[in-house]
Design a protein around this ligand. Structure first.
Ligand SMILES: [Zn+2]
Length: 150
C-alpha cells in the first residue's frame, strides 16, 4: 500500500516557520483524518517533492515541457550543501525567459520551502481549495498544497 501525505508549504519560499505551525498541524491532521501529522523545519531551503505523484515540469511562460536532464542540472547548480537551495535565475531553453526552479509548473505540485507541515492520509489527491483556505486562515500566510505518494 502506498504511503500518502497531505502537505502544505508557504507560497513564499523564504517564509520562516510561523508561530501558528502547531495549530496548522492540528487542523491538517483533522482534515487528513489522522493523528500522524508533523511540522518539519529545515532552517534552509529544501525541495518539497510529490514523490510518485510527480509527472511533469512545464515552463510557465510558453507551456513547453522542461527536460528532466535540464531540470536536474539546475537543481545541482542551485544546491549549496549546508545552506540548502539558492533559487538562481536560469534562462529557459524553450523561450528565453529567466526563471527559478520554483517558478516552474509542477504537475503534481511541488515546491521549495524552509519548512513543511504534513499529515498521513488515506486520501488521494490534493487538499480541496476550501480546505487550503481554512489552513491559510489558521496559518496567517498563503500556503501551497502538495500531495505526496511514496
Ligand atoms: Zn518557455
Amino acid at each position: 500500500m502506498a504511503d500518502r501525505f497531505l502537505v502544505v508549504i508557504p507560497v513564499d519560499p523564504k517564509a520562516p516557520l510561523p508561530e501558528t505551525s502547531d495549530a496548522v498541524r492540528g487542523a491538517l491532521a483533522n482534515i487528513a483524518g489522522t493523528t500522524q501529522a508533523r511540522v518539519k523545519d529545515y532552517g534552509k531551503l529544501q525541495f518539497i517533492d510529490a514523490g510518485l505523484n510527480a509527472q511533469s515540469i512545464t515552463c510557465p511562460t510558453c507551456q513547453q515541457d522542461v527536460a528532466e536532464d535540464q531540470w536536474h542540472m539546475w537543481m545541482q547548480e542551485d544546491w549549496h550543501g549546508a545552506e540548502g537551495f539558492h533559487l538562481h535565475k536560469h534562462q529557459m531553453p524553450c523561450c528565453g525567459a529567466t526563471l527559478t526552479v520554483n517558478d516552474l509548473l509542477y504537475d503534481a505540485p511541488q515546491g521549495f520551502a524552509r519548512w513543511f507541515i504534513g499529515a498521513r492520509t488515506e486520501r488521494e489527491g490534493l487538499l480541496a481549495p476550501e480546505e487550503l483556505s481554512q489552513l491559510e486562515a489558521v496559518a496567517g500566510l498563503p500556503l501551497k498544497a502538495i500531495a505526496q505518494r511514496y
